[in-house]
Unconditional design. Structure first.
Lengths: 237, 266, 628
C-alpha cells in the first residue's frame, strides 16, 4: 500500500499540472491548425484586377478593370514563355489562382492559352455564358461557343446562391491549340468581359477533363487546389 | 427522499382503481409526473415551433410532407421522451453523494405488465410511423403517375462542380433552375462524372445523379419564390460550391424567361 | 497490495527462454523490418512487369503509382508483423517444434514490466491497455481534425484551409473516429475486463489477441500517410466512382480498411469463442454479465459485416490499379454496387459501435443504484433484436440514391422496427433507475448523459428513416448531427462511463473525480450546443461535408463551433485526468464500487492468469436490493 500511495500529489500541484496540460493540449491543436492554415495560405496568392477608365454597359457607366493571365500545359512550357514557376506535378495550370475584382465593374479578362485539348464531358461548357452578350473573342474573332471536341480548358466562375451576395456565373471555353502548333509553342488569345455585382466570394474551376488517366479524367490536377481551380473575391472600392 | 417501500403494489389496495390512485399519490410518482409534463412540453414546443421556424419556405407538397413528418413525429414521440426523461431526471435529483454507496433499493427484477405495455406501445408507435410513411410514399407515387402527362421535363446534369438544366420541350439549356408554378415537373437526373445528389431545397425532394443511368423524381411547385439548388453528395474538391439558384414563377413569367433564353413555348 | 513489479517477480522467477528469437523481438524490430520489407516491395514493384506501361495513354493501362503504393503499404504491415515475431509461433508449429512452456510464459509478458506493452504480448490485460492507449490516440487525432473542421466552418467564406485540405479533414476525421469507436469499448474493456468477468484464465486464442492489436497498429501509420499523399476527397464513405478518381492518398484509405478488417475479424472471432467456450463453472447464459452479452453480440455482428467493406475496398483498389471497372458505369460496373456493399457493412457497424457502450452502462447502473438490472431479458432481447434487424436496414442510406425506389417502403419498415428493441434498452435503463437513489459518481453521470443524447439521436433517427422526410434531410447537416448524437453522445459517452468504472481495475487507481466532473460538463454541454447548432443548420438546408456555406447558415454554424471548442477543452481535461490519475491517483481498493461481478474479486495488479482457482458462479451478478 505504502509504495503506491506516496505517488499521490497535493491539490495545488494537481491543479497546476491540469492547467499546464490544458494549455499544452490547446497549443498542440493550435499548432496543427496553424500548420494546415499556412500550408493552405501559400497557394492563395492574390492577383488584383487594375481599373483603367470606365465603360458603358446597357446604358450604365461602370469602372472598367483589366486582368490578364495564362494557361500552360506544364511548368516547362511556362518557363519557355518567360513565366517563372515550378510545380510539384507536371500538370497544366492557370498562372493566377486567387483573383480579386472590383465590385460593380466591367471586368475584361485576357487569357493567353497554350494547351492542347479534347472532348468535354458535358457539352454545355462549350458555350460562352455570363459574359457581355454571351460572347468572347478568340484571336480577334467574336464567338459564342466552341466545338465541344475542340476545347482545352474552361474558365468557369460560380458561387453560393445567397441572399447576401449577388449571383455571378461565367463560363468561357478555351479553344485548344492544335497538336502540330503545340510543338511550335503556339497559343490562342481569348478576351471576354463580364459585369460584377456587389462584393462576394466566388470560386472558379476548369470543366475540361484534364486530370488524365483517372475516372472521368477529373482526378489528379482537377482534385487539387493550385492548378485548375481557385477563388474569386469581388471587393468594394 | 420519497422512499416509500411500504407502498409497494402487493401491500396495497384490492381494486386496480385504488391501486392506481394510490400509485399517483406517492411523492416520487408525483414528482416524476411533473417532470413528465415539463419534458413532454419541451419536445412539443421543439416540434411545433422550432422546426417550422428553421426550415425553409414550403414550396411543394413534398416539402410540406417532409416538414409535417418532422413536426408530428416529434409531437408523437414527446410523451415517450417525457416518460424516459422524467424518470431519469427525477432519479438524478434523488442522487446520493459521498464516498460510500447508498442503501440498496427495492429488488425489482422485472415487471411483466410494464415490459409488455412498453413493448406493445413501441410496436404501435413504430406502426404509426411506418403507416404514415407508407401512405405518404404511396400518395406521392400516385400523384406522380397522375401528373406525368401534364408535366414538364427538366433534364438535370450534375458535373464536377456545376448543375446544368436542359428543358427539351422548350429547347433551352441553362445554369439556373426556373419552373412555372402549379405545373408538375419531372426531373431526369444524371451525372457527367461522379455521383452527385440533386437537391432543389425548397421543393423538398432529392435524388442522386449517377453516370450512365437516369434517376427520376417528381414534384409540383405550389408557390412562387426563389429556390436554391444544392449538391447533397460529396463529389470532390468544390462540392461545397456546387450550388445554383432559380425560381418558381408564374406561367407567363416562365414563358418570357424561356423566350429570353432563346427557347420556344412547349 | 503490491506494486506491479512485485507481483510479477514475487510469485515465480522471470521466464528466461535462452537463445529464443522471441526474447529479441519488439515493436522496434517490427518497425525496422516493416520499413525494410516495404522498401524492398517499393523497389520491386516500381521495376516489375506488374506495373508495366508502354507510355501510350491507354485508358486500360494499369496505374502503376497506385499499384506501387498499395503494395508498399501491405508489405509494411506484413513486414512489421514478421519483425515483431507474429509468425514465430505458426512457423515453429509448422516445422514440428512448438513453443516451449518457458517461451509461452515469456510471450505472456511475465515479469517484463512496462516492456511487455511494446512486445507481441499475449496477456489479455496487456492487449487491453494497448487498445486503450490506441483508442485514446485515435480519438485525439480525430478530435483535432474535428476542431480544424469547425474552425474552418466558424464563419462563411472563412477559408481557414483550402478545399483539398478541408475534404481530407472531413474524410480522415470520419474514418479515424469510426475505427476508434468500433474498438472503443470492446478493445480496452472487452480484452482487459471481459475474460475476468466470465472467470477465464485468458482469452481463447491469446496469440490471435496480440495479432489483432498489432495488425491494427500497423494500420495507423498507413492511415496517417494519406496526409502526405495528397489526402482523400471522398469522406469516410469513399463512394465510388469518386474514390476511383481520387489521388494517391486514397490508397492509404484502402489499405487501412483492409488491414483493419483483418484485425476486427480476428478480434471478433476471439472474443466470441472466449465467451462461448470459456465461461467459468455455473455461468449459464442467464448469469452472464450484460456487458459481456453486449460485447459478444457486437463483435459477432461485426464478423459478417466487415468483410463486405473489405471486399468493396479490394474492388476499389482493383478499379484504381488495373481498371477492373467494378464501379465504373462506363465499363458496365455500378456505383450502386459499391453503395450496397458499403452500407451492408455500414449499418450493422453503427450498432457494433453502439451496443458495447450501452452494455457498459447497463453494467454500471445496477451497481450505482443498488438495484438489480431491470429485466435482464429485455436487455438481451433489445441487443439481439437490434443486431438481427440491423442487417436488414442498409438501404435506408440509399432512399434517394435512385437505386431501387420501390424498395424504399420495405427498408422503411425494417428501419422503424428497430425502434422496438431500442425502446427496450431505454426501458432497462429507466426501469433500473426507477425508485433508486443513484450514487453520483463519474460512471453514473454518463448514464444520464447517455439517456438524453441517445433519446435525441433516436427521435431524429425516426424522421430520417421516413422516406419523405429523408428526401429533404438526406445529405444535410441534420444527418451529421443525428449520427453524432448516437455515436458520440451515446456510444462514446457509454465508453467514457466504462472507462471511469473500470479505471480502478485497469490502473489500480481512481480516476480523478473533480477533473472528471469538469470534463463531463464541458463535453456534454458543448456537445449539445455543437449538435443542436448542426440540427438547425441541417433543417435550414445546409448540405454536409461542405467547406463553405451561404450566409444564412452563419448563426447555426457559429453556435456549433463554440460548442466544439467546449467539447475539445473537456476532452483535454479528461485526457489529463486519465494520464495523471493512472500515475498519481488515489489508490483504489479491490472493489471500490461494491460491485458483484468477478473482475472486482481479483486484486490489482491482476495476476497473470487472473484467478488462482476459477470461481464457481451460483447466481447472476445483479443480486442487489431489499425484499424479494
Amino acid at each position: 500500500m505504502e509504495t503506491a500511495t506516496h505517488n499521490e500529489v497535493s491539490g495545488g500541484k494537481r491543479l497546476t499540472s491540469a492547467i499546464a496540460f490544458l494549455f499544452l493540449g490547446v497549443a498542440v491543436v493550435a499548432t496543427v491548425g496553424y500548420t494546415l492554415h499556412s500550408v493552405s495560405a501559400d497557394s492563395q496568392k492574390k492577383t488584383y484586377a487594375t481599373v483603367n477608365g470606365s465603360a458603358s454597359v446597357d446604358g450604365k457607366t461602370l469602372p472598367h478593370a483589366f486582368i490578364t493571365e495564362s494557361v500552360f500545359p506544364d511548368d516547362a512550357t511556362a518557363r519557355a514563355n518567360h513565366v517563372n514557376r515550378t510545380n510539384t506535378h507536371p500538370w497544366p495550370f492557370y498562372t493566377d489562382e486567387h483573383l480579386v475584382l472590383p465590385a460593380h465593374s466591367l471586368i475584361t479578362m485576357t487569357l493567353r492559352v497554350y494547351d492542347g485539348g479534347e472532348k468535354l464531358n458535358h457539352d454545355y461548357f462549350a458555350k460562352v455564358v455570363g459574359t457581355v452578350d454571351n460572347m468572347m473573342t478568340v484571336d480577334g474573332q467574336q464567338v459564342s461557343s466552341l466545338d465541344p471536341t475542340e476545347v482545352q480548358h474552361t474558365f468557369t466562375l460560380h458561387g453560393l446562391p445567397t441572399s447576401t451576395q449577388d449571383p455571378l456565373f461565367v463560363n468561357v471555353p478555351l479553344p485548344k491549340v492544335q497538336d502540330a502548333d503545340m510543338e511550335k509553342n503556339g497559343s490562342h488569345l481569348v478576351v471576354f468581359s463580364f459585369v460584377t455585382g456587389g462584393a462576394g466570394e466566388y470560386v472558379w474551376n476548369c470543366e475540361y477533363p484534364c486530370g488524365d488517366g483517372t475516372y472521368a479524367k477529373f482526378g489528379a490536377v482537377m482534385g487539387q487546389n493550385g492548378y485548375m481551380s481557385g477563388k474569386v473575391s469581388v471587393v468594394n472600392g | 427522499m420519497a422512499n416509500s417501500s411500504e407502498h409497494t403494489p402487493e401491500v396495497l389496495a384490492p381494486t386496480p382503481g385504488e391501486r392506481l390512485t394510490n400509485f399517483f399519490k406517492r411523492k416520487d410518482v408525483r414528482r416524476t409526473t411533473i417532470h413528465f409534463f415539463l419534458w413532454t412540453a419541451l419536445f412539443v414546443v421543439l416540434g411545433l415551433v422550432y422546426y417550422p421556424r428553421w426550415m425553409p419556405e414550403i414550396m411543394s407538397k413534398e416539402m410540406k410532407s417532409a416538414e409535417s413528418i418532422m413536426i408530428w413525429f416529434t409531437v408523437i414521440s414527446a410523451p415517450i421522451a417525457g416518460i424516459v426523461l422524467a424518470i431519469a431526471s427525477n432519479s438524478f435529483m434523488n442522487m446520493h453523494r459521498g464516498d460510500t454507496p447508498p442503501e440498496d433499493g427495492p429488488a425489482i427484477r422485472t415487471h411483466g405488465p410494464i415490459v409488455a405495455i412498453w413493448t406493445v406501445g413501441s410496436l404501435v408507435f413504430a406502426l404509426v410511423a411506418i403507416g404514415w410513411g407508407l401512405i405518404e410514399v404511396n400518395s406521392q407515387a400516385v400523384a406522380a403517375a397522375r401528373d406525368a402527362k401534364s408535366a414538364i421535363t427538366v433534364e438535370v446534369t450534375g458535373s464536377q462542380w456545376l448543375w446544368t438544366f436542359n428543358y427539351p420541350a422548350q429547347g433551352i439549356e441553362t445554369h439556373n433552375l426556373n419552373l412555372p408554378v402549379g405545373v408538375p415537373v419531372i426531373f431526369d437526373v444524371k451525372s457527367a462524372d461522379v455521383n452527385h445528389s440533386f437537391w432543389p431545397v425548397q421543393l423538398g425532394v432529392k435524388v442522386d445523379a449517377n453516370a450512365q443511368v437516369t434517376t427520376v423524381i417528381y414534384t409540383t411547385p405550389t408557390k412562387v419564390g426563389a429556390i436554391d439548388v444544392k449538391c447533397a453528395e460529396l463529389c470532390g474538391l468544390y462540392h461545397a460550391y456546387m450550388e445554383t439558384d432559380g425560381a418558381v414563377m408564374s406561367q407567363s413569367d416562365f414563358d418570357a424567361w424561356v423566350l429570353a433564353q432563346g427557347g420556344h413555348k412547349a | 497490495m503490491s506494486t506491479l513489479d512485485k507481483a510479477h517477480t514475487s510469485t515465480r522467477p522471470v521466464p528466461n527462454p535462452k537463445r529464443s528469437l522471441i526474447t529479441r523481438l519488439h515493436m522496434g524490430t517490427g518497425v525496422v523490418v516493416g520499413i525494410i520489407i516495404a522498401a524492398i516491395a517499393y523497389y520491386l514493384l516500381k521495376h516489375s512487369v506488374l506495373t508495366y506501361t508502354d507510355g501510350v495513354a491507354d485508358p486500360l493501362e494499369p496505374h502503376s503509382n497506385n499499384i506501387v503504393l498499395l503494395g508498399t503499404m501491405f508489405a509494411w504491415s506484413i513486414g512489421f508483423m514478421a519483425g515483431i515475431g507474429a509468425f514465430i509461433g505458426p512457423w515453429r508449429w509448422l516445422i514440428g517444434k512448438d513453443l516451449t512452456d518457458e517461451e509461452i510464459l515469456y510471450m505472456a509478458g511475465d515479469g517484463q514490466g512496462v516492456k511487455r506493452y511494446f512486445k507481441y504480448c499475449t496477456d489479455h490485460k496487456v492487449v487491453g491497455i494497448q487498445y486503450l492507449v490506441g483508442v485514446m490516440t485515435l480519438l485525439g487525432v480525430g478530435g483535432t481534425m474535428a476542431m480544424m473542421i469547425r474552425t474552418n466552418l466558424a464563419r462563411p467564406g472563412g477559408h481557414f484551409v483550402t478545399a483539398t485540405v478541408y475534404n481530407s479533414l472531413v474524410g480522415l476525421h470520419g474514418i479515424t473516429m469510426i475505427i476508434a469507436m468500433i474498438i472503443v469499448a470492446t478493445g480496452p474493456f472487452g480484452n482487459y475486463v471481459m475474460p475476468i468477468m466470465i472467470g477465464a484464465y485468458d482469452m481463447a486464442f491469446p496469440r490471435l489477441n496480440a495479432l489483432s492489436w498489432w495488425v491494427l497498429f500497423t494500420a495507423i501509420p498507413v492511415l496517417c500517410s494519406a496526409w502526405f499523399l495528397g489526402g482523400i476527397p471522398t469522406g469516410w464513405t469513399a463512394y465510388a466512382p469518386l474514390s476511383v478518381q481520387a489521388g494517391p492518398g486514397m490508397n492509404a484509405f484502402i489499405a487501412t480498411i483492409i488491414i483493419f478488417a483483418v484485425s476486427t475479424a480476428v478480434a471478433g472471432m476471439n472474443i466470441t469463442t472466449t465467451v462461448i467456450a470459456m465461461r467459468t463453472k455455473g455461468m449459464k447464459w442467464n448469469r452472464v454479465p450484460i456487458f459481456v452479452v453486449g460485447s459478444t453480440i457486437s463483435v459477432a455482428l461485426a464478423i459478417p459485416a466487415f468483410p463486405t467493406f473489405m471486399v468493396a475496398m479490394i474492388m476499389t483498389g482493383l478499379d484504381r490499379t488495373y481498371n477492373t471497372g467494378f464501379f465504373d458505369a462506363n465499363m458496365g460496373g455500378s456505383g450502386w454496387l459499391y453503395a450496397n456493399l458499403f452500407w451492408i457493412m455500414g449499418h450493422p457497424e453503427v450498432y457494433v459501435i453502439l451496443i458495447p457502450g450501452v452494455a457498459a452502462l447497463m453494467e454500471i447502473v445496477p451497481v450505482f443504484v443498488r438495484k438489480p438490472l431491470f429485466s435482464y431479458n429485455a436487455a438481451i432481447m433489445g441487443f439481439a433484436g437490434i443486431a438481427g434487424l440491423s442487417i436488414l436496414v442498409w438501404a435506408h442510406h440509399m432512399y434517394i440514391a435512385g437505386w431501387a425506389p420501390s424498395l424504399n417502403g420495405a427498408f422503411m419498415v425494417t428501419t422503424e422496427m428497430i425502434s422496438i428493441p431500442t425502446g427496450l434498452l431505454f426501458l432497462v435503463l429507466i426501469g433500473t433507475l426507477w425508485r433508486g437513489k443513484p450514487w453520483m459518481k463519474l460512471p453514473m453521470l454518463s448514464v444520464f448523459a447517455f439517456i438524453w443524447d441517445f433519446l435525441i439521436g433516436g427521435i431524429t433517427g425516426i424522421y430520417l428513416s421516413d422516406v419523405p422526410a429523408d428526401g429533404y434531410l438526406h445529405g444535410s447537416m441534420f444527418v451529421t448531427a443525428h449520427f453524432h448524437f448516437t455515436l458520440m453522445g451515446a456510444a462514446l459517452t457509454g465508453a467514457i462511463g466504462g472507462l471511469a468504472y473500470w479505471f480502478p481495475k485497469m490502473t489500480g487507481r481512481m480516476l480523478d473525480e473533480k477533473a472528471g466532473y469538469i470534463s463531463f460538463w464541458f463535453v456534454q454541454i458543448g456537445f449539445n450546443v455543437l449538435f443542436f447548432g448542426m440540427f438547425m443548420a441541417g433543417a435550414e438546408g445546409q448540405p454536409r461535408r461542405v467547406m463553405d456555406y451561404a450566409a444564412m447558415f452563419k448563426n447555426s454554424n457559429l453556435v456549433s463551433t463554440i460548442g466544439a471548442y467546449s467539447v475539445g477543452t473537456g476532452m483535454i481535461i479528461l485526457l489529463w485526468a486519465v494520464i495523471h490519475s493512472s500515475r498519481h491517483g488515489k489508490v483504489a481498493p479491490m472493489n471500490p464500487w461494491g460491485a458483484k461481478t468477478l473482475e472486482w474479486t481479483v486484486p490489482y495488479p491482476v495476476p497473470l492468469t487472473n484467478f488462482d482457482e476459477l470461481p464457481v458462479i451460483t447466481s447472476d451478478p445483479y443480486g442487489y436490493g431489499k425484499g424479494k
